[in-house]
Ligand binder design. Structure first.
Ligand SMILES: Cc1cc2nc3c(=O)[nH]c(=O)nc-3n(C[C@H](O)[C@H](O)[C@H](O)COP(=O)(O)OP(=O)(O)OC[C@H]3O[C@@H](n4cnc5c(N)ncnc54)[C@H](O)[C@@H]3O)c2cc1C
Length: 471
């Protein structure tokens, strides 16, 4: 019997026997919350093609789209812009960073490896290069990114601009491995910056949600390329909580997933290795998500039955180990779409908060089946002004909601747990914080505001969301 048929059977049996009732479940309505509009006809008689993000929840009708071929045309475009201009990467952010009625700029022509230094282990890429296009060329020159997020669809500039991170007690977020960047400002200046050159601008621009100008080049400080071994295993929940610190301390990279109404947590550890290649093959994670959805749909409002079904179906899960080149081990495929809220906070809060959040979801949100993701990031050396990890040893908890279900009730009811511990939201993920909240959470907020106003006196880069934050 295939695993999905198995869980379906197990769910149905568990549900009926536990409740003594027929299986009605709480299947979702399969309709998109906040769908994008049909492409309307613009004032010039042409259709306006809506822009939308990966999950489909954020969208807009931009007045224009452009993809400049070089820095000079980009500088001219910005200097002469009559409307708001928003740079866009791969559209993988969930917050309102991109939507605009003005122009959308793609950096797709700023792509690929431009130069490298084998002694310093640095490499310069066009800022529109997707992470998936960074791995092979870097590996060929013996270099590796120090860390990666859990997918590799993002562009370098998009990832830096929002403080995108992976996991690892000794590892920083991606922008902390930037050795330098090039920025085209809204007034058309082209400025290189690094720790030794325009240092303030460097610290402001590394995480700047596209509000200081357009980044065209990223120079990464890399590490020596290695093979990596990825181990995934299930742990009983209590053990997972108890061993969390030890797992973080003893692995290069460690993260944990917990699904509501499941007695086990999934651990993922990644470490360098010399062992022979044994690639992962087809990614099973997406099927596992649909299995959890099916258990939710079939067992509905009977949490005991749902737990029994999920535990029964996962009891035969065997530890998996795979060895591959670093750039194939860190990211996974995400075929099932979701919306997401993620908060970063001081490391000591992680397990107590996780316990509160999972208990809250199990009690008040039976409809949720998506796992919660728990990661750690070392921000102790992180000087980027708007980095959510700024000078902190941090942990992160990410809450997901299936893309065809309204994410707001879940996110609004769990967000207070993170606010209560001084949490700082991922810039690219959903949250309800306002300007006053950010000013309180970021010691360099006012300096950032001042620099931003100097670089962009006309507010060219401000869409409605950024205007509410920065002006
Ligand atoms: C499936 C999925 C998995 C994810 N996994 C992770 C994860 O593991 N870790 C994590 O931290 N985040 C994760 N994220 C969030 C994601 O990494 C960030 O939202 C990231 O910003 C997306 O990059 P992008 O290229 O799509 O940028 P976009 O979302 O298109 O843009 C993000 C921001 O960058 C700005 N920007 C883009 N290009 C430029 C430029 N050239 N110059 C200046 N500003 C620019 C935009 O204006 C915007 O403000 C995930 C998102 C998805 C959808």
């Amino acid at each position: 019997m295939k695993r999905r048929e198995f869980i379906k059977g197990a769910s149905a049996v568990a549900a009926t026997s536990a409740a003594g009732l027929s299986v009605t479940g709480c299947a979702d309505s399969e309709s998109m919350p906040n769908p994008a509009p049909e492409a309307p006809i613009g004032p010039d008689g042409k259709r306006i093609i809506p822009w939308q993000n990966w999950s489909g929840y954020r969208h807009c009708l931009p007045s224009g789209r452009s993809a400049p071929k070089d820095e000079e045309s980009l500088a001219t475009l910005l200097k002469n812009a009559k409307s708001t201009v928003r740079p866009v990467g791969a559209g993988h952010s969930f917050s309102e960073l991109v939507p605009t009625e003005g122009q959308i700029i793609s950096l797709r022509h700023f792509n690929g490896l431009q130069s490298y230094d084998s002694d310093k282990l640095t490499a310069t890429f066009g800022a529109g290069t997707k992470l998936s296009q960074v791995g092979e060329p870097l590996n060929k020159i013996g270099q590796a990114l120090a860390n990666m997020p859990d997918v590799d669809e993002q562009t370098l500039a998009g990832a830096m601009s929002t403080g995108t991170h992976g996991t690892g007690e000794k590892l920083g977020a991606l922008h902390s491995y930037l050795a330098g960047l090039r920025l085209v400002t809204p007034t058309g200046e082209i400025i290189d910056c690094s720790r030794d050159n325009n240092a303030d601008l460097f610290d402001a621009a590394r995480v700047s949600i596209g509000s200081l100008g357009v980044i065209t080049q990223c120079t990464m400080q890399n590490v020596v390329a290695t093979k990596m071994k990825r181990r995934t295993w299930l742990m009983p929940l209590e053990q997972a909580f108890e061993e969390f610190d030890q797992n973080c301390a003893t692995n290069h990279s460690f993260e944990m997933y917990l699904a509501p109404h499941m007695s086990y947590a999934l651990g993922i550890a990644i470490n360098p290795t010399d062992e022979p290649l044994s690639p992962r093959g087809e990614d099973p994670d997406n099927n596992a998500l649909l299995d959890l959805k099916m258990a939710r749909d079939l067992t509905g409002w009977w949490p005991g039955a749902r737990r029994r079904a999920i535990d029964f179906a996962t009891s035969s899960y065997a530890t998996e180990e795979n060895v591959d080149h670093w750039y194939r081990i860190f990211p996974s495929e995400r075929a099932v779409r979701n919306n997401e809220m993620e908060y970063h906070f001081d490391r000591e809060h992680v397990i107590p908060t996780l316990k509160k959040v999972i208990t809250h979801i199990e009690k008040h949100h039976h409809e949720v089946f998506y796992p919660i993701e728990v990661r750690v990031v070392n921000g102790e050396q992180d000087n980027a002004w708007l980095s959510p990890f700024y000078k902190h040893a941090s942990a992160s908890i990410a809450i997901h909601r299936y893309f065809k279900e309204d994410p707001l009730p879940l996110f609004q009811s769990t967000e207070p747990f993170f606010k209560a511990i001084g949490g700082r939201p991922h810039w690219g993920k959903m949250n309800t914080l306002d300007k006053a909240d950010f000013a309180r959470l970021y010691p360099k907020w006012n300096e950032f505001m001042k620099l931003r106003a100097e670089l962009d006196p006309k507010g060219t880069m401000l869409n409605p969301y950024l205007r509410q934050l920065f002006s």
